[in-house]
Design a protein around this ligand. Sequence first.
Ligand code: SF4
Length: 413
Amino acid sequence: MKKVFFKTFGCRTNIYDTEVMISQLKDFTLTKDENEADIVVVNSCTVTNGADSGVRNYINQIHHKNKKVIMAGCGVFNKAQKLHSDGKVFGVIGHSKKHEINELLKGEKSFFELGNLEYIDEKIVTKYHAKSKAFLKIQEGCDFRCSYCIIPYVRGNARSQDEKKILNQVQSLASNGYEEFVLTGTNIGSYGKDKGTSLGKLLQQMGKINGIKRIRLGSIEPVQIDESFKEILKEEWLERHLHLALQHTNEQMLKIMRRRNKLKNDLELFEFLANCGFALGTDFIVGHPGESEEIWQDALRNFKFFPITHLHAFTYSKRDNTPSANMKNQIDKQIAKTRLKQINEITKQKNLLFRKNQLSPLLVHVESKKDGFFHGYDQFYNQIHIKSTKNLLKSWINIKHYEVKDNQNEATI
Ligand code: SF4
């Protein structure tokens, strides 16, 4: 049987899509070694111009090794045509065609199957490879149109997976021994809008399934926290960490970015959730066009008031064919880097303080072992390194005594 290697770029949604493709392979074997592969499937990301060049460089490199290259993922909608006609890519698989991967790979002829952007995944994935937790894609696409973002154009508008299908999938994974679930999608907070339900209502149902110890959620938009969501905040299975995408903390910049969230409401929401005992993460783009020094200073001042414990901040990176790419007042890269450093440093201190002030024991799911330590995350999504003579892999442990270090907690048991 021919050997297939998968290379995944980008976000959790792509990790999920790779798993869907792997689950469809019947006439091939999977390899983890790119060098011994006959076929390399590149699940691409196109979120920035930089992401595009990363994918392109990788495809060039693999093409030179005489592998059959198949391109899938978000990049196929704007970059595959050229790579295909240049002969660098043998086949192209759009999102809605990934279930057909086995048949497509069996054929001898080059193919270009873009599919459509209205589909929703049909298959139920019941097992993940070498992972202690399962990722579930509950929806596709996004109805927002943030000015810097290409995603809605390559993933389509928001549409939700059928609730029954998701619950069956969870049931099946739970009976296969999975205890931790991560809900993903392009914009998971919009779940159910097209079906007269909501993310909160889905979670209420999921929480009833036996065997679930923890549910983690991908990024949610602040405007999507509704009453049904607030009803589940006390549930034990809900991770005590939420990730709410602010993207900025200056009112004017939120408008330039065409965001739906508003500073005052954001701050009230974060304070409310922090008071409910949640660690809170956010996304932040620094150096977006128009971020003057005055705007930046105001954003920093505001940011300090937010009870944030985790940050996924990055410098703005141009994405062609988005409104932001053509805006005036693009920000110097060096300035953006300095700002990034500032905001990361503030968050590091906030996280340290949060961990120092933590009184409850840590509930840790041990995921891996590296350099003599077991690694896992607690209920607040903080990392912990554990020294032990026992094999703790995949176990759940309650840890009362531990040391708070700069970047993580440490314990010996
Ligand atoms: S919410 Fe905004 S940033 Fe997120 S996927 Fe939708 S358009 Fe892009």
